[in-house]
Design a protein. Structure first.
Length: 241
């Protein structure tokens, strides 16, 4: 009788296929949760990326565990089911590396890259039949991105932090002077300034401003964005979550 189990061992028993599908769906669900958190926070690797990474990692691990039953022969052919799992760990690094950007000494995307690597590990745990570990690590992810972010924001008020902001503003309206005065008047120290006009946006200036001080960078960003003549303000620092 023909069965799919001859190739993948998926239907070797009434509960085997159901368990493997459940492991895939668990990886899919947990990856989706992390992806939603990334999506809501505006990060580059969002819902689709995280879900695909977790589901694919679980599938690859299941293939590594069950996909070679038709070629195994005791005493002749013996396979190590962990070999493909090891390649997931190294291979996911290429995807994470593509999410990390470095510009003028500022690093962005480290947390997002780490989240992709973490999602792959969660998918591997789900595919390996370790649902409790997959669920616990998913819970710890939300503890880090929400709990630790709040803790860092509170501690930032008591230590010197460095922030780099990209400001796009209208030329000829004295905006740069107001930016510097606004930053220094709120306790920040200017230590780096670069500005240039761009042909693609005539009548405007792009500036990168580096400041250090004790306070919340988001409040400084809001202060700059409310100044007359400022078109946009963006943080160039590493993402906080």
């Amino acid at each position: 009788m023909w069965t799919l189990g001859a190739q993948t061992s998926l239907w070797t028993g009434p509960g085997q296929g159901t368990r493997q599908v459940a492991e895939l769906l668990l990886a899919f669900g947990l990856g989706s949760l992390i992806g939603l958190e990334r999506e809501f926070r505006g990060k580059s690797a969002g819902l689709r990326t995280q879900t695909i990474v977790a589901t694919a990692a679980a599938l690859v691990l299941l293939v590594s565990k069950y996909g070679f039953g038709d070629v195994l022969h005791p005493g002749t052919v013996v396979l190590d089911p962990s070999r493909v799992a090891a390649q997931i760990v190294s291979g996911i690094g290429f995807l994470g590396a593509g999410l990390i950007l470095t510009r003028r000494g500022a690093v962005r995307g480290l947390t997002t890259a780490a989240a992709v690597w973490e999602t792959a590990a969660i998918g591997m745990a789900a595919g390996a039949g370790l649902p409790l570990l997959a669920i616990v690590v998913t819970g710890l992810h939300f503890l880090v991105v929400f709990g630790y972010t709040g803790l860092l924001r509170r501690s930032a008020r008591h230590q010197v932090v460095v922030v780099r902001l990209a400001v796009h503003y209208r030329d000829g309206q004295g905006v740069l002077g107001r930016l510097v005065a606004s930053g220094t008047s709120t306790g920040w120290t200017l230590h780096d300034l670069m500005h240039e006009t761009r042909e693609s946006a005539p009548g405007t200036v792009y500036a990168e401003i580096g400041l250090s001080g004790r306070g919340e960078p988001s409040e400084l960003l809001l202060c700059f964005s409310e100044l007359p003549g400022v078109l946009s303000v963006e943080s160039l620092d590493d993402d906080s979550g």
